[in-house]
Design a binder for this molecule. Structure first.
Ligand SMILES: [Zn+2]
Length: 214
């Protein structure tokens, strides 16, 4: 009954854009708002121990609302738009390799509280768009790390020490690994994961964040 009521309400009140609240395209993100997202240049933001780390956009205005909407406000439909943006950027890199996509994992308790891993939703959409394989069985977060935003780089690295555990047998050895995350700040999350992979002699890794904090 509730479902029918929602369809009925949707018909009367066409879905407004979550960003500008103006568009009548009946999309949660209208084309104008999507097109306002700024793409970074297609080159590595940093190279950490031989691994390229890319950032598709900048964490400001619409991008900030997009990421926060998925992460904190349960706007799961927005995952498609974040994935689309990341994939459009990724295509410009012309990397010509076959990947398994690995979303940065959440600690199990935090995932339970949130009800989902937002990056897993983005990774699912990214794989639908790209035809790549999703692999959520390689890496786990085994430590309940503190939120990073108040910490400096040294504190972040300490916080993330031994935070991840890798199950090497779950890696598809025919495919490279593409780790995806939402915000790149100091790079310590990617660096900590890369270190863990290198400890297991896994080197065919690329990292992609939706946006860099600056
Ligand atoms: Zn809009």
């Amino acid at each position: 009954m509730k479902k029918f009521l929602n369809i009925f309400l949707d018909l009367i009140y066409k879905r407004r854009c979550y960003f500008c609240k103006k568009s009548f395209e009946n999309l949660i993100m209208c084309s104008k708002c999507y097109d306002s997202l700024y793409f970074n240049r297609p080159q590595a933001r940093i190279i950490f121990n031989g691994v390229n780390i890319f950032c598709a956009g900048i964490y400001e205005k619409t991008m900030q609302k997009l990421i926060r909407g998925i992460k904190y406000h349960k706007k799961k439909d927005l995952a498609f738009y974040q994935a689309k943006f990341m994939y459009e950027y990724f295509k410009k890199l012309n990397l010509n390799k076959n990947y398994q996509v690995v979303p940065v994992p959440l600690y199990s308790k935090r995932q339970k509280e949130r009800g989902y891993n937002h990056m897993e939703l983005v990774a699912e959409e990214f794989c639908k768009l790209s035809g790549m394989t999703l692999n959520t069985n390689i890496i786990k977060r085994i430590k309940n790390t503190k939120p990073q935003y108040k910490l400096n780089k040294q504190e972040r690295l300490k916080n993330l020490k031994n935070a991840f555990s890798i199950e090497k047998s779950n890696i598809n050895s025919d495919l490279d690994i593409l780790i995806i995350d939402d915000i790149f700040t100091t790079g310590s999350t990617f660096e900590s994961m890369i270190d863990e992979f290198h400890k297991k002699n896994v080197y065919n890794i690329t990292c992609l964040a939706a946006a860099s904090a600056n």
